[in-house]
Design a protein around this ligand. Structure first.
Ligand SMILES: [Zn+2]
Ligand SMILES: [Zn+2]
Length: 383
């Protein structure tokens, strides 16, 4: 049973009882549903089997007075968006978060355990716990080719890491910090009483819970060191301009054995003078002559970082027709490549002279009876 289940699953809905249903009502409803969906009565019906599991799980929690109370509190807390420290009702609950949410710790990839971990770290009650390193944001500019094929780029990062001299304790080598007598290691002290108690960082230890009598000479007791490091970071093939990629574990180092944070890199991609990009496909515009478009032929087309390809241009190709050179596009995540989309553009010569002019005039005479605008005028008249 994980805390996540508590938040995501509506056990009342599963049983179809109201939230204030009595224990007797819950029991009665459960028995009825259990009979109906019991696997023995529904041989091989997977849906019924799943439903039976859900019903049993819901009943396990709702039939136990203590667990039902915890479940109700967890859901109320979430429904209220209730993680704000010091919010109403957060003060004196008897609710055991540790038990409830321990199930989702280490499940990989954040979740409720992390949220609660963060909450309690801020509250200062778990100063000695490992702390995950901070996430770090940075930007990088790639050339068009690098974005298409992927690239390993150096990223210079400055970060706050635990001081190496004192291993992040802040105390001179050979000495150890002592527990702060004011807050007894909690890092926070309470002022006021009962419902109006305020928790604030302990002044004597500045919220750290420990006091360093003989500070480390390198970090002056701060326990931190600013380190600049240059990392070689692999940007996967196929990134798009403005895409933000996450590099797990490449952020700031954790404290007290905690895992490192993540590095988020926003990628900017330069444009290319010839090629464009449409998802996994590359685009290029290729000029063709009028005879090539009209009579057809083979055209040679450049590719990005590769030998050119020859494409067959069909006779009667219209201006703007797009041909496809398979596998000459951008690299996809799975290593396959997109296509190169080749748009043909019929080039019109700025000046025609000599034999070409004579031939073109003959062509005009030979096609004088073809009116290219006849269909246009018919359509304009609404025929
Ligand atoms: Zn203190
Ligand atoms: Zn130090």
């Amino acid at each position: 049973m994980s805390g996540k289940d508590y938040v995501e699953k509506d056990y009342y809905k599963v049983l179809g009882v109201p939230k204030d249903a009595s224990a007797t009502e819950i029991k009665k409803t459960y028995r009825k549903l259990a009979r109906e969906f019991h696997p023995d009565a529904n041989k091989g019906d997977v849906k019924a089997e799943d439903r039976f599991k859900d019903i049993s799980e819901a009943y396990d929690v709702l039939s136990d007075e203590k667990r039902r109370k915890e479940y109700d509190e967890a859901r109320t807390l979430f429904a209220n968006g209730g993680f704000r420290s010091g919010g109403p009702g957060n003060g004196n609950h008897s609710f055991d978060f540790g038990d409830l949410f321990s199930g989702s710790q280490g499940g990989g990839g954040g979740g409720i355990g992390d949220v609660f971990g963060g909450l309690f770290n801020r509250g200062g009650t778990r100063q000695a716990q490992p702390r995950r390193g901070a996430d770090v944001e940075t930007e990088v500019t790639l050339s068009f080719e690098e974005a298409v094929d992927g690239a390993t780029v150096p990223l210079r990062m400055t970060s706050q890491a635990p001081c190496r001299t004192c291993n992040g304790t802040g105390a001179r080598t050979g000495t150890t910090p002592r527990v702060c007598p004011t807050c007894v290691g909690a890092g926070t002290v309470s002022r006021g009483q009962g419902a109006f108690a305020l928790s604030e960082p302990c002044r004597d230890c500045r919220g750290r819970g420990m006091i360093v009598d003989d500070p480390c000479p390198d970090c002056h007791g701060s326990a931190k060191a600013t380190s600049a490091r240059t990392m070689q970071v692999r940007i996967p093939a196929g990134v798009q301009d403005a895409q933000r990629i996450r590099l797990k574990g490449k952020g700031a180092q954790g404290e007290r054995g905690g895992v490192s944070g993540d590095l988020y890199v926003t990628v900017h991609v330069d444009t290319h003078p010839v090629f464009g990009r449409k998802g996994d496909n590359l685009t290029v515009t290729v000029p063709v002559t009028f005879p090539e478009a009209a009579l057809g032929g083979t055209i040679e087309v450049p590719t990005l970082n590769g030998p050119s390809v020859k494409l067959k241009l069909p006779a009667g190709s219209a201006n703007g027709l797009t041909l496809r050179a398979r596998g000459k596009g951008a690299t996809r995540k799975d290593g396959t490549r997109g296509d190169l989309l080749v748009t043909v553009e019929v080039a019109v010569p700025q000046a025609v002279t000599g034999d070409a002019l004579t031939a073109l005039e003959q062509y005009r005479e030979a096609t004088a009876s073809d009116d290219p605008r006849a269909a246009l005028f018919r359509a304009a008249k609404g025929a």
